[in-house]
Design a protein around this ligand. Structure first.
Ligand SMILES: [Zn+2]
Length: 206
């Protein structure tokens, strides 16, 4: 698996790289994003730390905004996981409240009166700062939700199955309370260790 993983690292590292702030007009409307993190390396290149996509048509830019800009961890599991690791690293008991999902009316009614909202805002700010400072990404243009989900899953599986892709000792994800994140070295808990890419899948990127 490491040979094909090495190949995709090479391909994705050579694509145009975006970092915050990024411009809507330069990003394809539909596709998959591949995220890299400062000081993380694999295969002699920047190590892939997350792969993601969107379901709704033409929502790629908006999905990236949900990760990089919009301060609502309940709309971005990526933000939620970065926050969890930041809090866990500091042994901060607010982690329990950060885990609360406030998206539905019932849960809002239940949890909002108990929530330390000032602290929540502070953590959202720290997550934005971390993401905007340390993460960059490239994008592959893929039309069609089915195709995007299939390719996303295969890329995730390929990287998670690679023996040569290991996080650095200081990687923030090592402090994640989620075992799958610590073990995979990826900011992901789904689609790990499934069906990987085959060399034929890479032809379109060459
Ligand atoms: Zn690898």
């Amino acid at each position: 698996m490491s040979q094909i993983c090495s190949e995709i690292h090479k391909i994705f590292n050579e694509l145009p790289r975006y970092s915050f702030p990024f411009n809507k007009t330069t990003i394809p409307k539909n596709g998959i994003y591949i995220i890299f993190e400062k000081n993380e390396y694999a295969h002699g290149a920047d190590r892939i730390v997350r792969i993601g996509t969107h379901t709704g048509e033409e929502q790629l830019f908006s999905r990236l905004q949900q990760h990089f800009v919009k301060e609502n961890k309940d709309r971005s599991i990526f933000r939620k996981n970065i926050g969890r690791a930041l809090l866990n690293k500091e042994n901060d008991p607010f982690l329990e409240q950060w885990d609360w999902d406030l998206t539905t009316k019932e849960k809002k009614e239940k949890y909002l009166p108990l929530l330390n909202q000032a602290k929540q805002k502070e953590v959202e700010n720290s997550v934005s700062e971390y993401i905007q400072t340390n993460l960059s990404f490239c994008v592959i243009h893929v039309e069609g939700k089915e195709k995007r989900l299939e390719l996303e899953s295969k890329i995730i599986s390929t990287v998670s199955l690679c023996e040569n892709c290991k996080p650095s000792e200081n990687w923030l994800g090592n402090f994640s309370p989620k075992r799958k994140i610590r073990e995979s070295g990826l900011w992901l808990v789904n689609e790990l260790y499934k069906e990987p890419l085959e060399f034929a899948d890479l032809e379109i990127y060459k």
